[in-house]
Ligand binder design. Structure first.
Ligand SMILES: [Zn+2]
Length: 331
């Protein structure tokens, strides 16, 4: 197999989700109707994962994901697999949008690997590129569920952190290099108390972990939580910049940010394909601040790409990779 080395400067990566490709939507429907068991489900979803990985390789992404083809929703997926959770019926919130709100009804427990099979499959076809382990964080799990069991929120969050920790241990046994925890709910509640609760949870999830520890937070009031999160036990913050017109940059300078940064340069809410020159200029905005060097900067989209049409997602990634190559020459 060909050798692959993650570039030392401006490595490229993805946040995680990708448009659902065939046959994933059909396989998900069958799972919902209980026509498939968990093992068959992960087998049958493989052709979709293969297409995602092929797109990443075509674009030239250095650190990839499995595209979250098995996850119809980042919270529901885990709620359906954690003991102590139940997932109710679909509720219509408006026109064509339905959601299912998970309910915690008992003490939560990890029973078996939840995400490993898809990750292992992606790794087997990744041509040696590292595949990130991507897990929904316990704070977001609790914020986006109904809790009928725990007396307080903190207890629930920390118990789910222990469940996620078990999953991380499964990855560590298999030699994972990057572990990412997604906490999008945090930027919608940008208060110190909430940020400190997430820190406690991360200490459980990441204690002694030798792989690269990443937290992804996106949208909402990132600049308000920034001062509370800088001492998190992580190696890398993966954050959205493009959609908010790089507003966060001046705050990074103000708070002397010095960790690794997943630098979101692709707007996942826009069909407009960022051109190469535009992305290079956006990288330049960070370089001009002179806070961290190119070896600490990971170039990636703001968030998962799941809402974009496949062709647009591919084209955006390709331009992002080309821009990173130019950046490596320049800085
Ligand atoms: Zn996100």
């Amino acid at each position: 197999m060909e050798e692959f080395k993650v570039p030392k400067k401006f490595p490229t990566t993805v946040v995680g989700s990708y448009p659902k490709l065939d046959p994933a939507p059909e396989i998900l429907r069958k799972l919902r109707k209980k026509e498939l068991d968990e093992k068959d489900f992960h087998e049958l979803v493989r052709p979709a994962i293969k297409k995602v990985v092929d797109d990443y390789l075509w674009a030239g992404i250095d650190i990839i994901s499995d595209g979250e083809q098995s996850r119809e929703d980042m919270v529901v997926y885990f709620a359906e697999r954690i003991k102590g959770y139940t997932v109710g019926d679909w509720v219509r919130i408006f026109d064509n949008t339905y959601f299912r709100r998970p309910v915690i009804f008992d003490k939560v427990e990890w029973t078996s690997p939840m995400t490993i099979e898809d990750w292992e499959y992606a790794r087997s076809i990744s041509k040696k590129r590292p595949v990130k382990a991507i897990l929904t964080g316990p704070y977001t799990m609790v914020e986006w569920s109904f809790d009928l069991y725990y007396k307080d929120r903190k207890e629930a969050v920390l118990d789910i952190a222990k469940v996620i920790r078990k999953e991380v241990e499964e990855y560590l046994r298999r030699g994972v290099k990057y572990v990412q925890v997604d906490e999008p709910a945090l930027s919608t509640r940008p208060w110190r108390e909430d940020a400190e609760l997430v820190k406690e949870a991360l200490e459980i999830i990441f204690r002694g972990v030798q792989a690269k520890r990443v937290i992804h937070i996106c949208f909402g009031r990132l600049e308000r939580i920034l001062p509370y999160i800088l001492d998190y036990p992580v190696d890398q913050f993966d954050l959205e910049f493009k959609n908010s017109d790089f507003r966060l940059l001046s705050y990074l300078k103000e708070y002397s940010f010095d960790k690794e940064l997943g630098y979101g340069v692709i707007d996942v809410h826009s069909l407009q394909i960022e051109n190469i020159d535009e992305i290079v200029k956006d990288i330049e905005k960070l370089m001009k601040l002179d806070i961290i060097g190119p070896e600490k900067i990971y170039i990636d989209p703001d968030c998962g790409l799941k809402r974009l049409p496949r062709e647009i997602a591919r084209a955006k990634l390709r331009n992002m990779v080309e821009a990173a190559k130019i950046a490596r020459e320049r800085w």
